[in-house]
Design a protein around this ligand. Structure first.
Ligand SMILES: NC(=O)c1ccc[n+]([C@@H]2O[C@H](COP(=O)([O-])OP(=O)(O)OC[C@H]3O[C@@H](n4cnc5c(N)ncnc54)[C@H](OP(=O)(O)O)[C@@H]3O)[C@@H](O)[C@H]2O)c1
Length: 359
């Protein structure tokens, strides 16, 4: 089969023939129809993100595909099924704290690296091998436009964070990084889940206008100044009442003061979910005042990716029409144009803008 291979950090991906993947027990081989190219893919492939990828690797976290062969332990999946392949692979030999690797993308710790040596490659290829539990059937209408459904990669991360924070219908949510790729997805998913009000801070007026234009008055934009106290006050005022939950989706380039300004808008007994990349490139540690946390009984939790059921929950949200993929601006690229796709994605990372490979 043909695949895009990263052989050296900083080198372009090379598209060439590689051996077809074979499914062992507990695995499925899928023909890849569409896979998302993240806006920060170039930072990963250049090595600037320091992701622990062992080279050579076929990158690409998850995608939409068609089952070619399901292992003998699969009781429902059949060859020909249209499916969503989740890239979040967990080791099966520790129920409490499984090791995690993101197929063809990243991993955590030595255990995650060991797992990544077995399930090594991602979706930038004609076919990929995926653990059976990572394969989820899609509704028949996804067949009409698999590239659009590749946006699940982004939406399911945001959905995982909102579930982790226990977002309830009618609540007020603040999305720190609302104008970003993941942040704007969190705004859309939160509204689909019934959030009453979503506070959307950002510095980019056009991106904020895009959010209010699409979602109307349930989204409250706040133009950030960069001054922590001013911004916290502005975000709190925009809520016109208590902020029940904050989700942070800022990238490594953002300062911890921006995270703190948003986090500290949360009400007594409120929840803060940290999902962004702040501090991952040796930035300053996030400091939150002990007395504020304690006196306000605030819960702060981190969340990396999402549990397996989140895939089903998100597919249901889309299938029911609660989350609409129609406004997505999708730019497809063939596998041979993978390097153009990576460059394009880096320059087009705004809300609801997707770069997709269609191998
Ligand atoms: N936890 C997980 O499972 C998980 C999974 C995938 C990715 N991530 C992390 O999530 C991060 C966000 O990804 P993304 O693709 O959404 O990034 P992105 O599109 O680059 O997000 C940019 C957002 O950050 C804001 N921002 C950037 N620099 C800022 C600054 N100095 N001050 C205030 N705001 C700033 C931008 O606001 P403006 O509009 O004002 O520029 C925009 O809202 C990634 O970097 C990654 O590390 C986490």
């Amino acid at each position: 089969m043909r695949a895009a291979v990263l052989t050296r950090f900083g080198a372009p991906l090379a598209v060439h023939e590689v051996p077809d993947p074979r499914a062992g027990g507990g695995e499925v081989v899928v023909e890849v129809l569409a896979t998302l190219v993240a806006p920060y893919a170039e930072e990963v492939f250049s090595g600037r993100r320091n992701y622990p990828l062992e080279l050579p690797v076929i990158p690409g976290p998850g995608g939409v595909g068609r089952v070619v062969h399901a292992g003998r332990d699969a009781t429902r999946l059949r060859a020909g099924d249209l499916v969503w392949c989740d890239s979040t692979v967990r080791s099966r030999d520790d129920a409490l704290t499984p090791d995690i690797t993101l197929l063809g993308w990243s991993s955590r710790g030595e255990g995650g690296a060991r797992l990544a040596r077995h399930l090594h490659d991602g979706a930038f290829a004609a076919r990929m091998r995926v653990p059976t539990e990572n394969v989820h059937p899609l509704p028949a209408r996804a067949e009409d436009d698999p590239a659009r459904w590749a946006a699940l990669t982004v939406y399911v991360i945001a959905y995982g964070g909102l579930k982790a924070g226990g977002l309830e219908a009618g609540e007020t949510l603040l999305v720190s990084g609302a104008t970003g790729n993941l942040g704007s997805a969190a705004v859309a998913v939160a509204l689909a889940m019934g959030a009453g009000r979503v506070i959307a801070p950002g510095r980019n007026r056009a991106a904020l206008d895009l959010l209010t234009g699409r979602f109307g008055p349930r989204v409250r934009p706040v133009v950030l100044s960069g001054d922590e106290d001013t911004d916290r006050k502005a975000m709190s005022e925009a809520a016109e009442g208590p902020v029940d939950m904050v989700i942070d989706l800022l990238p490594p380039a953002a300062p911890t003061s921006a995270v703190r300004a948003a986090a500290m808008t949360v009400r007594e007994f409120g929840r803060v979910v940290l999902m962004g990349g702040v501090g991952m490139l040796d930035g300053a540690a996030l400091a939150l005042p002990y007395p504020w946390l304690m006196r306000n009984s605030v819960t702060v939790r981190g969340q990396w990716m999402y549990p397996r059921e989140a895939n089903l929950g998100l597919i249901r949200l889309i299938a029911s029409g609660a989350l609409d993929l129609a406004p997505e601006r999708v730019r497809p690229f063939p596998l041979d144009a993978v390097n153009e796709a990576v460059t394009y994605a880096a320059a087009h990372g705004g809300p609801f803008t997707r770069t997709v490979l269609t191998p």
